[in-house]
Structures are given as C-alpha cells and as structure tokens.
Write a protein that binds this ligand. Structure first.
Ligand code: ZN
Length: 246
C-alpha cells in the first residue's frame, strides 16, 4: 500500500496541480476556487472530469496544455453535475475546440439554463456561502451526450472507463470508474484540512446521500482504492466508510 500512501500525500498538497500515476493511468487534478477538475489520461488519450467555473476556463486550458495535452485532442468533458462550479467551463472547451460534452440525464435542464437548482446547506461554512453559490450562473448550452443509466467510455474517449448515473447531490450526478479509482464529483468531499471524507457542503437529502455512498462502495466501485472528489481530497474508501457507515 506504499504507493497509495505516497499518492495520497502528494495529492493533498492542494494548491499545486496534483498528479496520480498508476500503471498506464494518469490523473492530474487542478484546483481553482477550491473546485477540482481532473484530467484523466491513458494510452495517449485524455478527457476532463468536470470543468470548473466558467471564469476559470482559460486557466484550465493553460493547465491542460501544461500537462502536455492539446485541448483540441481532449476526447470529452464529462460533467459530474450541472452546478456552476463543475459545469461552467464545459462550453468553453466545446465551442473553442469542439470537445464533446457529456452530462447526466436529469441535469440537462441546469446545463441548458446555466443556473443551479436549489442548494441545501449542510453546515456552517455552507450557510455562509449559500447565497453566493446559489446565485452562481454560467452560459447555458446543450450537451452532446446524455447519460441515462451507464455509459462505457471506451468508444468515446479511448480510455477504459465507465460513467454511471448516481443521483443524489443532483438528479443527473455522474460518477466515473477508471482503473482502480473512482471520480465522484460532489457525492462527498474531502476534509479542508487532513485526509478525511466529509458530507458535501450542499445536500438536500442526507439519508439518500448515505445510500448513494454505500451504493458506490458496494456496487459501482467496490474495488476502488482512491476516491477523487469535487472539493479537496482525494480520499480513501476507508475514510469514506469512517464518515458514512453508521
Ligand atoms: Zn455541486
């Protein structure tokens, strides 16, 4: 497990782009305004999981280039869900570089409108930022691929990965399994300090959230060794269980 400890330690240096390498799989995580975007690379192919705020898209383009990837060669932008801090930059990559955008069914309304549905704060920090986050908008557009159920990403991206609808944080939230890791958007978050897993800042049904996390651990990604989240992290499945299994 030494490699895992090393990967976690190096990834938790949260300000710099974090790099995870496991066999032929490489994941770079870029964080702007505390929101993660993951660049997933394998066999010369690459896709983005999430796209950050719209205003940060030029910086994200620079991040992608600095990682050695031509943005025009990105195979997809997979949007974990339609909130402004995750979906806002997708249109930039679609209009400039023709990158197909993948959205989960249920969030296409948010993605078209560029407006967040109702957010439910789960704690003090969320209460403080609730209005600003609720009011965040982005330029709406249409998706190229709508995921209903599950989508094998091999054909679209060239990468052995799978996107699966896991509603909860939003109706159309997606998780992506690739290799022995899983990317989960805002299903949960990492601790602001340290390596804990935490309930996300905004979640309207906490019991449903717990069921979703259990479904992730037992059905969708039972072999996952690392969980990449939308804010802070990544976290281990053990940390997820420590917070969510009661
Ligand atoms: Zn969200």
């Amino acid at each position: 497990m030494k490699w895992l400890a090393f990967a976690v330690l190096s990834l938790c240096a949260c300000s710099a782009p974090a790099r995870f390498v496991r066999g032929g799989l490489e994941i770079r995580t870029f964080a702007h305004d505390s929101t993660n975007v993951h660049l997933v690379m394998q066999d010369g192919n690459a896709f983005l999981f999430d796209s950050g705020y719209e205003k940060n898209a030029p910086q994200l383009e620079a991040d992608v280039r600095a990682a050695g990837v031509d943005p025009a060669k990105l195979k997809a932008v997979i949007v974990s869900h339609g909130h402004a801090d995750h979906a806002g930059g997708a249109r930039y990559f679609h209009t400039r570089f023709g990158v197909p955008v993948v959205v989960g069914m249920g969030d296409e309304g948010m993605f078209t409108a560029g407006r967040n549905e109702k957010l439910c704060p789960t704690g003090l920090i969320a209460n403080l930022r609730a209005r600003k986050d609720q009011d965040a908008t982005y330029t709406g557009s249409t998706s190229d691929v709508l995921v209903n159920g599950a989508l094998d990403l091999k054909e679209l991206t060239g990468i052995d990965a799978k996107a699966t609808l896991l509603p909860g944080h939003t109706s159309g939230s997606l998780v992506v399994t690739v290799g022995d890791v899983v990317l989960v958007g805002d299903l949960l978050r990492g601790g602001i300090v340290g390596s804990s897993a935490e309930t996300h800042f905004f979640m309207c049904d906490l019991e449903d959230n717990q069921r979703g996390v259990m479904k992730l651990l037992t059905e969708l990604a039972p072999a996952a060794q690392l969980v990449f989240v939308g804010h802070f992290g990544p976290v281990t499945p053990e940390a997820v269980r420590a917070h969510f299994v009661r």
